[in-house]
Structure formats: C-alpha cells, structure tokens
Design a binder for this molecule. Structure first.
Ligand code: IMP
Ligand code: MG
Length: 174
C-alpha cells in the first residue's frame, strides 16, 4: 500500500452529502429527476446521495474513458451507455466522483444534450477548480481540493483504494 493520509473523514462526507441531498430535494421537487452516475468514480457517492434525496428519483449509469488514436493521447473521450437512455424532457443531474480538467463532465454533458433533456446540471463529490481546462458550471459540489491526488470513496489510484470509506490524500515519500 502506498502511504496516504485522511483528508475528509466519513462523518464529514456523510454530513455534506446529506446537505446536498436536501438541496437537490428542494430544487427538483415536482421535476422528473434522473441521476446519471459516471462510472466508476461516482458509484459510492451516487449510492449515498440517492438515499438522501427525498424524491421519486431514477438512476442511470454511463462510463467515460479516454481513447488513443495511434500513439498520441487523444483529446477525445469515449462515452459509453448514453445512446440507449431515454433522457428527452428529463431533468438530468450528472453525478461525478471528481472533476479535474472537466473533460469528462463536458463530454457527458454534450452527449446528454443531444437527447434534448429538460435540463442538465452537474453534481460532483470533489472538485479541483484549479485544474479546469475550460469554463464549467457545476451546480452542486461536495468539496474543493487543490492540486493533489485524492483517493477513496470511489476514487482510485490505478483502480485501487475505491473502497476506502473516507477520502485520503496520497503522500509523496521521496
Ligand atoms: P477530468 O480531467 O475532469 O475529465 O477527470 C478525469 C478523471 O481523472 C476523473 O474522472 C478521475 O477518474 C481521474 N482523476 C482526476 N483527479 C483525480 C484524483 O485526484 N483522484 C482520483 N482520480 C482522479
Ligand atoms: Mg481514475
């Protein structure tokens, strides 16, 4: 195991998710809310968030991955699972574990928009505003972090640590 330290403990995260859930419950009362979780990083947040929203919510899951054309890392993102969804006129809330450059959120927003939903917004558990590469409007955010790598509560480092029940910060030991 690489060393890490606790950044946000379980109680702090739970309290914040409850607040966001209450806000969403009041903002979306009477609407047709679909929580669109972005795998894999959002699954833990989504599971907790949906249980503190006091509305008849539906959930869907999509996944996003970068793909490479040839040797150069492509700027394009491949979004999987949106085509078969029926989002027309629905109020879609994209649920992210973490927003870094914002490329993933923008690609998903773009794909959702093609289905002509009633509205599209973004909620993320963690935001890294210092890393956004283009203007991005995030309606709800749990926590803001700086230029550091965080793990746990769904967030990974090479697919590990997603199961940590809190958010940690990788510690540089050189
Ligand atoms: P984007 O740059 O906003 O498109 O985010 C791309 C992806 O990078 C996120 O969905 C995460 O999977 C990953 N990522 C970025 N920063 C972190 C971090 O601090 N911890 C874990 N994953 C991260
Ligand atoms: Mg990752």
């Amino acid at each position: 195991m690489k060393p890490f330290e606790v950044l946000l403990d379980q109680q702090t995260i739970a309290r914040r998710i409850r607040e966001i859930g209450q806000q969403i419950s009041s903002d979306y009362a009477g609407k047709s809310l679909v929580l669109l979780g972005v795998m894999k990083g959002a699954v833990v947040f989504l599971a907790d968030l949906m249980r503190v929203i006091n509305l008849p919510v539906e959930i869907e899951l999509v996944s996003a991955s970068s793909y490479r054309a040839g040797k150069k890392p492509s700027e394009n993102l491949f979004v999987e699972g949106i085509d078969k969804l029926r989002l027309a006129n629905r109020d879609v809330l994209i649920v992210e574990g973490i927003v870094d450059s914002g490329r993933t959120a923008i690609a998903i927003e773009e794909a959702v928009r093609q289905q002509e939903p009633g509205s599209i917004e973004i909620v993320t558990l963690v935001d890294k505003p210092g890393s956004h590469r283009s203007a991005l409007s995030i309606k709800y955010k749990g926590f803001t972090v700086g230029n550091e790598f965080v793990i746990g509560f769904g967030l990974d480092n090479t697919q590990k640590y997603r199961n940590l029940p809190y958010i940690g910060r990788m510690v540089d030991t050189e």
